[in-house]
Design a protein around this ligand. Structure first.
Ligand SMILES: *Cc1c(COP(=O)(O)O)cnc(C)c1O
Length: 506
């Protein structure tokens, strides 16, 4: 390859002016790429769900250096099929039941096209009035769908913002809480600040606290139990806070979760918030996955008590068909966060920001530049309507319920955590011969590896309360009932094979 480009006459191909955005050429390539993506969606079941490549597979397939001269779009597309697609774990496959699904839709895709097409960098109002104001509109729309109190809306006394991920959202709120506390007790006391979660809080929380300067020894994770379905105990929380206060520490922040990543456990928002409020602690509710379900009256109860908290986040890129990345954050007192995060360099000063009291979203996030992500949400809400979004959630839950029924109908299996949303946590527990936890864990690990090695479905596992279990999360956009049935048939097939194999070894 190197020799070809070296033999080429640079002056010939570089003679024409370089125009990287030629509208007609763009139209042509974009059409071809849309066709490629549509075909990928159409044929997605022909690919193994979990990529079967070995680490380093790509290094040997691609040249060591970037091409000296242009290559044709056709050549590049050929390599995408040949080299990239095999290395994809296909998150959009209807047979993907791992982690939590990352859902998508045609509406969000075209919204994303528009966002990318405009490429506006709306750090402040003036830099992109439409982007700022549409974000304010859709964040209120979603708040309304969730029946959040007016105190979280721009239409009321609060407001919200679209962040990339939950980690960023919580980092911003944590910094607001930290700065508020330090203002009272003085910077020199930063080592006294203490924060709370449970042992089921997402692992990003500890990382986020470290980034915010909280001492690792002051990150207190309340232990949970299987008896309590891994939800946070308000009593244990109070005891921990009281002990910390007695030790001279200063509690500032509580991260509660509605729908934990491990098992979709639900903290009792109202009760833990009441405890935290007694100590003037900032309460955040992380509902990255399950929050979307709360647009349905069937699930709204899990947000009861939300009026007692300070901030709340959910990620529509998980369950509201929005593509990555899109995490919505609402706050009761956005000015506290803006105070902690605002900047005012000369080169961004303008009369709108200074005199008209507009929202400058750069002060609501870590970075400066920001994309016009509200378009995705807006297109989704308008194209489908709230009714279809509710139907989409309920249909996933219905499929999960059906899967749960199948698991329960087979005495070799055991449900570990009662299903609340569209995640089923279970394990193979055939009894005789698999008495202790280690044996059960080995058996279930083997089963999971076998299932995933077929490429016909992809599932993941977790461990809570010392129990190793399989997670079956229903809900990629393309999943239908027959995929869930097929996955169950596959699980049974692999179970038979695993049990026969281990019996032979014995
Ligand atoms: C997925 C998940 C996260 C991470 O969310 P992102 O917004 O995707 O970064 C955080 N918390 C919970 C409970 C989650 O399920």
């Amino acid at each position: 390859m190197g020799s070809i480009s070296e033999n080429c006459d640079d002056s010939i191909s570089l003679a024409a002016p370089f125009r990287p955005l030629e509208p007609e050429e763009f139209r042509k390539q974009a059409h071809v790429m849309v066709d490629f993506i549509a075909d990928y969606y159409k044929n997605i079941e022909n690919y193994p769900v979990l990529s079967q490549v070995e680490p380093g597979y790509l290094k040997n397939r691609l040249p060591e250096t970037a091409p000296h001269l242009p290559e044709s779009f056709e050549t590049i597309l050929k390599d995408i099929k040949k080299d990239i697609v095999p290395g994809m774990t296909n998150w959009l496959s209807p047979n993907f039941f791992a982690y939590f699904p990352a859902t998508v839709s045609s509406a969000a895709f075209v919204g994303e096209m528009l966002c990318t097409g405009f490429n506006s960098v709306g750090f402040n109002w003036l830099a992109s009035p439409a982007s700022t104001e549409l974000e304010m509109v859709v964040i209120d729309w979603l708040a309304n769908m969730l029946k959040l109190p007016k105190s979280f809306m721009f239409h009321g006394t609060g407001g919200g913002v679209i962040q990339g991920t939950t980690s960023e959202a919580i980092l911003c709120t944590l910094i607001a809480a930290r700065d508020g506390a330090l203002e009272k007790i003085g910077m020199e006391n930063v080592g006294k600040l203490v924060v709370y979660g449970s042992d089921q809080t997402h692992s990003f929380f500890q990382k986020t606290c470290k980034v915010a300067g909280i001492f690792p020894c002051n990150i207190k994770l309340i232990p949970t139990t299987r008896e309590d379905n891994f939800s946070m105990s308000p009593i244990a929380l109070r005891e921990q806070i009281e002990a910390d206060v007695a030790d001279g520490l200063v509690p500032i922040f509580l991260c509660t979760t509605v729908g934990t990543t491990s098992t979709a456990a639900i903290d009792p928002v109202s009760e833990v918030a009441k405890v935290a409020n007694d100590f003037n602690i900032w309460v955040h509710v992380d509902a990255a996955y399950a929050g979307s379900a709360c647009i349905c009256p069937e699930f709204r109860q899990y947000l009861d008590g939300i009026e007692l908290v300070d901030s709340f986040s959910l990620s529509p890129h998980k369950w509201l068909l929005c593509f990555l990345d899109c995490c919505c954050l609402w706050l009761k007192k956005p000015h506290l966060m803006v105070k902690a995060l605002s900047t005012n360099p000369e080169y961004l000063r303008n009369k709108r920001s200074e005199f008209d009291g507009v929202v400058d979203f750069k002060d609501w996030q870590i970075g400066t530049g920001r994309r016009f992500k509200a378009l995705r949400l807006w297109l989704v809400m308008r194209s489908y309507g709230v009714e279809n979004l509710k139907r989409h959630i309920l249909s996933d839950v219905q499929m999960a319920k059906m899967f749960e029924g199948l698991v329960k109908s087979d005495p070799r299996f055991e449900i570990i955590v009662p299903r609340a949303f569209a995640l089923v946590c279970f394990r193979l527990n055939p009894g005789k011969g698999y008495d202790d936890e280690i044996d059960k864990e080995i058996l279930n690990k083997e089963l999971l590896d076998l299932i995933n090695s077929t490429g016909r479905a992809y599932m993941t596992h977790t461990k809570a309360g010392g129990i190793y279990m399989l997670r079956f999360a229903v809900g990629t956009t393309l999943t239908e009932e027959h995929h869930v049935y097929a996955a169950w048939e596959l699980i049974k097939e692999c179970t038979d094979a695993s049990l026969t194999k281990t019996n032979i070894i014995e």
